[in-house]
Design a protein around this ligand. Structure first.
Ligand code: PLP
Length: 381
């Protein structure tokens, strides 16, 4: 039986041509013509105020944490059901992480609990648009404005997704995107910081260039560059940017294909009352980043993964909620977050990539999942 993997990076065909062009310019370090093209693409298409490519979303989050000028003991609120980098970036700056639970209808953060987690030490809220599905941004921005907090959108999975018509990544003060090879648009490793609040513009450039004002120097605004602040080396080489630009030129095609695959899954699994299928609130769009199911228990989820594995199909679980992680529990009393625990134990991600065929979804993956639940219904009678 043909193997169906979980992910397969998609190449549009222009990547190596653009890398060759980048090499031929004689400048392959960062901030050359392909980096500029990528920045312009995002600024024009989504109206983002300022974009800075980084070498990963992790780096973009670390830049955001540096921009906040956090002091030890400052608190940052975020969901527990997220990737390590969302929290680690702020821990590196000495912040205390305050975890929020997930929603019942969706693995994203429960916006209703945020206000109760705010203390005089709170400096920022990081929201994660899980599976590219928007958090309720009006609610979050209103709460943040009331308490004078910075909002950072972890938009790692959220390219080309919208909240009430506004592009994700363009609503919070700052946002971080990922172009890791598992995302809709990729460059192997890669990321981007979006700055929507211009008060961060100048410092963001400095932080990204090792704490120097080299960007100003290259624009001819100063006659030499100097060490002016803290920073690190966050900018990617032109080789990465050239690869990414080839992907961005094909964004519409990639999105159309992924949405068709997503709808095929959604229809093929619509008869299963036992599982929770992805939910898209009416204020959000679906960017078809992933297709996931939420099973009724850890045991059922593991049995389903095994059932598919036996038929040569790879499905995977996702985050291990951070409030239960060895790092966090050895330092803080982990709060009780039942929904984050539920998604940790019960969520399974199904194979999803551009070259997956609709027939593979219908005739192999969905068929096997439907069979699994028919068999378990029979065995429980
Ligand atoms: C929500 C979230 N934030 C951040 C990251 C880190 O992204 P990167 O691998 O580009 O550093 C990931 C990784 O998938 C993620 O899922």
């Amino acid at each position: 039986m043909e193997h169906i993997g979980f992910n397969k990076p998609y190449l549009t065909g222009k990547e190596t041509e653009y890398i060759r062009q980048a090499v031929e310019t004689g400048k392959i370090s960062g901030d050359g013509i392909f980096t500029k093209r990528c920045h312009e693409f995002f600024q024009q298409k989504y109206g983002f105020q300022k974009c800075l490519l980084t070498t990963s979303c992790t780096d973009a989050l670390e830049m955001a944490a540096l921009l906040l000028d956090l002091q030890p003991g400052d608190e940052v609120i975020m969901p527990s059901y997220t990737f390590v980098s969302t929290a680690n970036a702020f821990v590196l700056r000495g912040a205390k992480i305050v975890f929020a639970d997930s929603r019942t209808d969706h693995p994203g953060m429960d916006e209703e609990v945020i206000e109760s987690l705010i203390t005089p030490k709170t400096k920022a809220i990081v929201c994660v648009h899980y599976a590219g599905v928007a958090c309720d941004m009006d609610k979050l921005m209103e709460t943040a404005d009331k308490h004078n907090l910075v909002v950072i959108e972890d938009a790692a999975q959220a390219i080309n997704s919208f909240y009430k018509g506004k592009p994700l990544g363009g609503i919070g003060h700052l946002a971080a995107f990922s172009f890791h090879e598992t995302k809709n648009v990729i460059s192997g490793e890669g990321g981007m910081l979006v700055i929507n609040d211009p008060r961060f513009n100048e410092r963001a450039e400095i932080i990204r260039e090792k704490g120097t004002n080299r960007s100003k120097f290259f624009r001819g605004e100063v006659d030499k560059y100097n060490w002016v602040d803290v920073g690190s080396s966050f900018l990617p080489s032109e080789i990465i940017a050239a690869f990414l630009f080839a992907q961005l030129e094909n964004l519409e095609d990639i999105q159309q294909k992924r949405k068709a695959l997503w709808n095929t899954y959604h229809d093929a699994l619509s008869g299963l009352s036992e599982i929770q299928r992805p939910f898209i609130p009416e204020y959000a769009t679906n960017n078809a980043h992933m297709y996931y199911l939420v099973c009724r228990s850890l045991k059922e989820r593991d049995a389903l993964i095994w059932h598919l594995k036996k038929q040569n199909m790879n499905t995977v679980f996702h985050y291990l909620s951070l409030h239960k992680s060895p790092y966090y529990t050895s330092r803080y009393a982990g709060p009780d977050l039942p929904m984050a625990d539920r998604y940790t134990d019960c969520l399974v991600r199904l194979p999803f990539y551009y070259e997956l065929k609709e027939s593979q979804i219908k005739d192999r993956i969905a068929l096997a999942i439907n069979e699994f639940y028919q068999q378990s219904a029979v065995s429980s009678v």
